[in-house]
Design a binder for this molecule. Structure first.
Ligand code: IPM
Ligand code: MG
Length: 372
């Protein structure tokens, strides 16, 4: 029996291409693992009304970790129109499977390291080495949304919140509400994860990203949680910044920052910005980590127009594999893989189209494998 059981979830679009490259690399790494394929993706939404079927959830209960490619998502109305005829009138509503996985398995840490590997022509500046901790289960992603707003809710809000401005007086079908829900527990655990990481890897500063000046209740809670958690880490500097200013300051001087921690939506935004500074979509990798399970993925989407063309850069996925190796405790293998990626980038002989070259997804996978 293999030491590890890994769920293998290519999804659709270029998710399939990049996981093929990841397999070439993993075979070379020689991880003692069984890779169990799981159904997830757009085709299962169309045919079964569920892009993340129960059998895949059962599989995820039984594995040590999962590697996930990408999935096509469409807005609710467009998604409903693509269901097979028998399912169309059932009132099914499409929800992103990755968001569901994060919530169902309580994968509360979204870890997104953004490192500029030397010699990557796409680096915004050489030497950038940022690590984003994004809260992964609550905030505006809580999924508590109303459109239209039911009258009973409108009444309660009118009474308790006494909303100023026009929306307090509107009928419920003329506005919509998405709840931003941040809990003490959810905030403290992600902030603690960021500080633990900083301590373990001798990072000097943790910057909390928020908008507590305006979004006082929820972001205020997040910021206060950070102040209280930080007391347990006196050797690490606590810093904080508003999300809007943060996007400017990050571009102005990325070297002022080290570890960032943010509620879900700001973390989504700021991690895309950080990924762009170290090469863009082809380099952004992500770990969705809980107490029992972790799902690793490239941050990019399924890019359906490139599906099956073996054109896209698999390095984001290969770096996600490195994160998976580290999480499994195979840190020597993780370090060797990162070194191989860095070598291929520095040599600059193999480049996918985003890097200005014409090598394929699998060429890149083979080049990393050869450098191992
Ligand atoms: C990400 C993506 C997802 C998110 C989408 C695909 C639902 O943007 O992982 O950053 O918003 O979390
Ligand atoms: Mg995103």
């Amino acid at each position: 029996m293999a030491k590890y059981r890994i769920a293998w979830l290519p999804g659709d679009g270029v998710g399939i291409d990049v996981l093929e490259a990841a397999k070439i690399v993993l075979d070379r790494v020689g991880l003692d693992a069984e890779y169990v394929p799981g159904d997830i993706g757009w085709e299962f939404w169309c045919s079964e009304g569920d892009a993340l079927p129960q059998r895949t959830l059962d599989l995820l209960q039984s594995v040590d970790a999962a590697l996930f490619g990408a999935i096509t998502s469409k807005p609710v109305k467009a998604a409903a129109a693509e269901l097979v005829p028998g399912l169309r009138d059932k009132g099914l509503s499409y929800r992103s499977p990755i968001v569901r996985m994060r919530q169902l398995f309580d994968l509360y840490v979204c870890l997104r390291p953004c490192k500029a590997y030397p010699g990557n022509a796409l680096n915004y500046k050489e030497g950038i080495d940022l690590v984003v901790f994004r809260e992964n289960t609550e905030d505006l992603y809580a999924g508590v949304e109303f459109a239209p707003v039911p009258q009973e809710l409108a009444d309660v809000l009118g009474r308790l919140a006494k909303p100023f401005g026009h929306f307090g007086k509107l009928p419920g079908d003329q506005y919509a509400i998405s709840c931003k829900i941040n809990t003490q527990l959810g905030s403290e655990r992600i902030i603690r994860a960021a500080f633990d990481f900083a301590r373990k890897f001798q990072r000097k500063k943790v910057t909390v990203v928020h908008k507590a000046t305006v979004v006082r209740a929820t972001d205020g809670l997040f910021l206060e949680a950070a102040k209280s958690v930080a007391k347990d880490y006196p050797e690490i500097q606590l810093d904080d910044a508003n999300i809007d200013a943060m996007t400017m300051w990050l571009l102005k001087n990325p070297f002022n920052y080290d570890v960032l921690v943010a509620p879900n939506l700001y973390g989504d935004i700021v991690s895309d910005l950080c990924a762009q500074m170290v090469g863009g979509l082809g380099f952004g990798c992500s770990g969705n980590i809980g107490e029992k399970l972790a799902v690793f993925e490239p941050t990019h989407g399924s890019a359906p127009k490139y599906a099956g063309q073996h054109k896209v850069n698999p390095l984001a996925t290969v770096l996600a594999v490195k994160m998976m190796l580290d999480w499994l405790g195979e840190t020597d293998k993780g370090a060797a893989l990162e070194h191989a990626v860095a070598t291929v980038i520095a040599e600059g002989k193999v480049k996918t189209y985003d890097m200005g070259g014409s090598h394929t997804t699998l060429d890149m996978g083979r080049a990393v494998a050869a450098a191992l």
